[in-house]
Design a binder for this molecule. Structure first.
Ligand code: NAP
Length: 550
């Protein structure tokens, strides 16, 4: 370790863990305010989600003109998105452009995985240790560790005896994978599976899709960027960005719904859904009526529309029925956007295997066996089995408040956070888009910017008023958690066994994690907190004493 490295690692104002979208903007913004900031990233380069998820067909399900930074008008104007929805390589190129444009790379340490973070109550400093033994000290710590950054491979028996190759979509080889002529199995039919299956099907000699739960998916209607639309959008960027902050999903492009689904005739409903289906886009579809996510009967009208579309697309009606979801209201799991997903099941080289009926029993050297005694011979397996979402990355760090409280203790019954930004008992620690903030239920770049801007204002407030420590009041955190749960309970979301409630990870406490009261409402609450001098957060110059909030 060089002297310069030692000095920088131990004299930080702010340490940021993670160089994805949120860590990059936090670095750029806080550097600009004169803080000594450094980012530690476990990957070999920047990009977070877009660095790791390189599976075939990976692209964003939010339109590229929306899914971008809004902090610099020149950046907005100079970047051209070639397609309606950005592909993974294009988004990664964009993030690298941002890094180079603002000279951020010099303050990022790569291949550095943080294993522990402990608050020193006597110095008001966070002390972090990396897996390779680096020691980092900083007054404030920002966890920009992402919501979908801990890939999960289910605990299958005998996976180690399988002689073929296996991959997880969230840890895809950088050199890519050529499936040409191979017998491939894809396990999982969430967004990652649904995006990759049509492409893998074009290469494989045979593709078996192992589906546990069918999912609703809509056509993305991707295509080359409409240049006229791009010019108009760019000319109105300020207004549109401002408008996005005042919408529930943080996206400005779609007019908010004005009617209830059951207040219009069936013919009118059908026409509206057809229009949205033709237009493409998940938010647009869920925006058809005001009550789709709160009234089951209203939701049924939209769900039945999509069920019919699946029946019309898939030629074999036995296969179609297996692909139709009945177990959850539409939109209560992340609504998927696809390009030719259901059509893929009309190919001769694609089979659907229902592992709800006959689960996977074990892997063999040649493939895998299901409980009905069938054996599937496979050369390669793709796990599209998702993530330990929202809490996984932070729970994997030994996070300790130095006074006897660890994150594992605090979250033993599910995450508890104050507005997804901070936690009682963990002073001087922030999360960006943490649990109980809108995070995954909004446009993530916009959410990351809003959190970072709020944190920056708060740090400036502390600096100007001479405070060295903040700690969230337990009552304030409890009230927010109750509010978060009350709002979720007033919607249909908790009816789904989704990763929003941790249902995909055996043994994970079932708690509804994202805030679904709407980004606009959430931002107003954050703004009010700042305007009123941060009630619910104790600011001090304390050393030593620390309440664990119990
Ligand atoms: P996911 O939505 O959690 O889907 C995982 C799939 O694997 C599900 O079908 C799940 O079945 C199945 N699975 C999990 N464990 C299994 C097991 N033990 N045996 C059999 N099947 C199992 O994960 P994902 O597709 O990676 O997507 C996660 C999130 O990432 C998305 O919801 C989205 O927010 C984000 N994402 C976005 C995009 C995009 O922008 N276009 C693309 C990819 C991902 P069950 O449903 O039965 O659990």
């Amino acid at each position: 370790m060089s002297n310069e490295q030692t000095l920088n690692d131990t004299a930080l104002d702010v340490v940021i863990v993670g160089a994805g979208v949120s860590g990059l903007y936090a670095l750029q913004h806080l550097n600009g305010l004169g803080y000594k900031v450094r980012v530690y990233e476990q990957g070999g380069d920047v990009g977070g989600t877009w660095y790791w998820n390189r599976y075939p067909g990976c692209r964003c399900d939010i339109e590229s003109l929306e899914y971008s930074f809004s902090f610099d008008e020149e950046l907005e104007q100079e970047w051209h998105w070639p397609e309606r929805y950005g592909t993974q390589p294009e988004i990664l190129r964009y993030l690298n452009h941002v890094v180079d444009r603002y000279n951020l790379r010099k303050d990022i340490v790569f291949n550095c995985s943080i294993s522990s973070a402990t608050f020193n109550n006597n110095t008001n400093q966070w002390e972090l240790v990396s897996k390779d033994g680096k020691h980092i000290t900083s007054q404030f710590c920002i966890m920009a560790t992402g919501n979908l950054s801990t890939p999960r491979v289910p605990d299958y028996e005998d996976l180690d005896v399988f002689q073929g190759k296996w991959y997880h979509t969230g840890q895809w080889p950088h050199e890519g994978v050529d499936f040409t002529g191979l017998r491939v199995g894809v396990i999982g039919t969430g967004s990652s599976g649904v995006q990759s299956i049509p492409i893998i099907a074009q290469q494989a000699s045979h593709l078996n899709v192992f589906q546990r739960t069918p999912q609703f998916s809509l056509p993305a209607r991707n295509g080359p960027m409409d240049t006229e639309k791009e010019s108009l959008h760019k000319a109105s960027y300020r207004t549109l960005r401002e408008a996005a902050f005042n919408t529930p999903f943080g996206i400005a492009g779609y007019p908010p719904p004005t009617h209830l689904a059951l207040d219009v005739t069936p013919d009118e409903r059908q026409a509206s859904y057809e229009e949205k289906w033709a237009e493409g886009g998940s938010i647009s579809f869920l925006y058809t009526y005001k009550d789709l996510l709160v009234d089951k009967k209203a939701n049924d009208t939209a769900a039945n529309f999509v069920r019919d579309k699946i029946r019309q697309t898939v030629k074999d009606q036995n296969v179609a029925e297996k692909l139709i979801p009945y177990d959850h209201p539409i939109g209560t799991k992340r609504l998927i956007l696809d390009s030719g997903y259901f059509e893929t099941y009309n190919r001769d080289n694609v089979s659907l295997v229902d592992i709800r009926e006959a689960p996977i029993e074990r892997f063999t050297s040649e493939g895998l066996r299901t409980t009905d005694g069938k054996h599937y011979e496979l050369d390669a397996v793709v796990f599209a089995t998702g993530f330990d979402a929202m809490t996984g990355a932070l729970s994997n760090i030994d996070l300790d408040n130095g006074a006897g409280l660890t994150i594992q203790d605090k979250w033993s019954n599910g995450p508890r956070c104050f507005m997804g930004l901070a936690m009682a008992g963990f002073p001087n620690l922030f999360m960006i888009t943490g649990p109980q903030s809108p995070s995954v239920k909004t446009q993530m770049i916009l959410a990351s910017q809003q959190h970072t801007d709020w944190i920056a204002d708060f740090l400036e407030y502390m600096r100007h008023n001479g405070f060295t420590r903040f700690n969230v009041d337990q009552e304030a955190e409890d009230a927010w958690v109750i509010h978060n749960n009350d709002i979720a309970d007033s919607t249909l979301y908790p009816l789904a066994n989704s990763w929003y409630v941790g249902a995909n990870v055996p043994g994970k406490p079932r708690v509804f994690m994202p805030y679904v009261g709407g980004f606009d409402r959430y931002k107003k609450a954050c703004d009010a907190l700042a305007r009123n001098g941060y009630p619910g957060i104790r600011l001090s110059n304390d050393i030593g004493t620390l309440s664990n909030g119990d």
